[in-house]
Structures are given as C-alpha cells and as structure tokens.
Design a protein around this ligand. Sequence first.
Ligand code: ZN
Length: 485
Amino acid sequence: MKDLNPERVWSYFAEILEIPRLSKHEEKIIAYLEKFALAHQLPFQKDNAGNCLITKPASAGFENRATVVLQSHLDMVGEKLTETTHDFSKDPISVRIEEGWMTAEGTTLGADDGIGIAASMAILESDEIVHGPLECLFTADEESGMTGAFGLKEGFIKGKILLNLDSEDEGEIFIGCAGGIDTVGKLKKVTRPVQANRVALRFTVDGLQGGHSGDEIHKGFANAIKIMNRMLWNMDQRFKVNLVTFRGGKLRNAIPRDAQATIVVKEKHLGHLKSYYNTFMEMITKEIRTVEPGFEMTMKEVRIPELCYKKGFQRRLMNMIYACPHGVISWSPIIPGLVETSTNLAVLNDKDHDFIELVTSQRSSVESAKRDIANRVEALITLAGGVTGHSEGYPGWKPNKDSEILEISETIYKKLFHTDPEVKAIHAGLECGLFLQKYPDLDMISFGPTIKGAHTPDERINIETVAKFWDFLLEILRQVPKNNQ
Ligand SMILES: [Zn+2]
C-alpha cells in the first residue's frame, strides 16, 4: 500500500483497516481518532450520539474563508462469505490489489466510508495543504439507522458548507436525496362461517422482480399484492367470492414480489371462475411481460375453511388496495430523470387474529410532498374504515441548483479533468437530509472515489479514482469562498 497515491490517505486507510468498527460498535475507531487529535494538538469533541468532531484552524492567509465541514461516517457494514472465519469484532481487514482495485479477503472492505475518514485525517495532519477553518465531522452508525446523524445537536458544528465524503461514483456530485416515512393501516377483521355448497381455492402470484422501493421504484416492476387484488376484485364482481386469507410482500423497503390468497365460491360457479382465472392470467402476462418475464400464477383447490370475511369488510379491503397509489408520484423538475416522490404498497399481513395490516412507505426529496402522499394513503385507509399509524420518518435533501459550493465544485472539476461532473440526486436516504433538520442553511455536496459492491464481500475501491477524488477535494478547499456572513 506504500506505493499508492496519495500516500498519506492510503497510509491512514491502512491503519483504519486494523480497527474493528461495525455499526454501533465504534468505540475503537473513536479512541483512535481521539488519540490522533491529541497527537496533532487539535481539539476533539464527542457528542452523546457518538459523533466526533476534530477542528483545525485555517492555514495562513485563509482565515477569512467560510468554515468547511468535512463529513464521513465512522462505521462499516460487516458482510462476509460463508466460508470466511473473519471476526469483525477483533480481526483486521486483509486486502489485496487486483487490476487497479483494492478489495478485502472474503469480507466487506470498509472503504465505505473508511476512505472518507482517511482523507479527512490526511488533511488534518498536513502543514502544506491550504484551507480555511475546518471541522472534520465523523458520524456514528450511518449504516444501521443513521442514529449519529439523527442525534446531531444544534451548535455541534459551526460551518455553513458541508462536503459529504460518502458517495461511490467518482465523477458524480450529489446534491439531493429523498426523505422517507412509513404509513401503516390496520383494518379490524370481520368474519363469518362459510356457507354450504362452497369450494375453496388458493391462488399465488410469484416470480416478480421486487426491487428496492427507492432506487428501483421508477422501473415499473409489477406489484404482487396489486395483481392478486385486481384478480380477486374482478372475480368478486362476477362470481361473488368470499375472501379467506390474503397476504403478500415481506419488507417495507422492497416492492412485493409474491402474494397468496384463499377464497370460497359457490360450487356452481367453479367452472366459470376457473376459466376467468385463465383469461386474467393471460391478460396480465401480456401486460407486464417486458418488465416481468418471471411472473407466475397458480390456482389449486384446497380444503374448505370454517370462516371467511364478511362481504362489507372484504369490499372495504379490496377497494382500499385497488385505490392505493403505488410507484412514482412525481418527477423532479430540477434534475431530469430523478423521482421526486414515490410510494410503495409494500406488505399485506393477515397473520394477526384481529387485524389485517397494510404497510406502505413514502419517499420524497421535498418534505411537504412526502407528507402529502403519506396523508393521501392515510385518507384512503380512513375511507376503508381502518386506523393509520406513521413512523417518525426522516427528511429529504431538496436539490438546490443555485448552491454556491456546487457551482465552485463543478468549475473546479471541469478545469481539473476536462469533463463535466454529473450532478445527481438519489431517491433514497442520506445523512445529509438529516443534517438539514438542525442546520437548515447548510450548503452541501456529496462526492467520493468509485466504490463497487458496497455492503457486500465484493466491495472494492478503484485506486486511481482516490487520487482524482483527493485532487478535487484539495482544490475545493483552496477555493472555498470568503466568509461573508
Ligand atoms: Zn457509507
């Protein structure tokens, strides 16, 4: 690693690799940073959420510049191959270099975000790098709940410009992210005994893509709960079916890829119902086959149950699911191709004895729009006679194309590398969104070297891009605007 460039960044990264630092177990990396600060006579602070701050005065001649916050996170994800005996609580990460990439031996590498910590340290120790007043903020527990960013108190940082060093594509500058909230509806089950001369059928929907409810919501993947409900709703219109069970989906942040339902119907309707099932299946297959080549449905007769849902309750449930929005709600007017607001109809759970639970989750980079779509889902649950609960949620980071630090960075990038950086936002959560809660005036951008396979044992960092990231970062520090507040 000694031969890699920039030498000081890699040298600190090599030290960081030795330090266990899984999310919520950051004591050792905190102690390491405290010792480092002491050795360099730099003020060190730690807050109750486990965030650390090391400050450094401006270089000579740069005292009048705006204070910059360099932010990275302390923790890393611990994933390993099944055959690997690595113990994340004590073993150092061992690495190898292959064709310009550094990767770990069967474990996550922790370049996310160890490389951000290393770069901050290399700047803190240097007597040559020029910069205005600096605050290096190291947040706790980014990977498993962002409790550090959530717990960041007002006044802990003074800077008005924040550079988040936790992005994973060199050449891209991030200027926005989505906030999120969960909206959960509960409908009290109303059942009655199954009448005579009925048959029972069980249906399944499976093989859909699923996908992440943030990153992949715009891909138009089908929703298994929606497909199942659409069939049941149509069958009820035609054959007066009674619902017995209905569930689907597993995780609130995944698009549901499977659903199961059981119904009872009068024996005399069985033939027609089966032929309707085939018609429906063919229609859906045709409708979604481009995006969902793996789509599968099954139907089989099962033992007749004792209870089914009462008609009124069943209608409220199926109408609610039919009317419930799912997918992209609006596109960003600022960044072409970015989803601004979306909602995911994620899970339908009927395992509770008394209630059916509908789990949905909403995302938006615009806080008021996030609230609005969550309210819309709540209104629908209320119409269906249910009660609604919301999670606490987390705020988004609305892209600001007039950001001063963005303008400076874009110009610098072009000058250094003779190409435009891509300015982007993501439809998922970042710590930057949370910072805005306590520091609404922060001017922020996020960037980093190229890391692939983050959060998996395949995590690797592109060595060349670390040098580019470093040059870019130092030039931004050199050109930070004057502090005119
Ligand atoms: Zn990260």
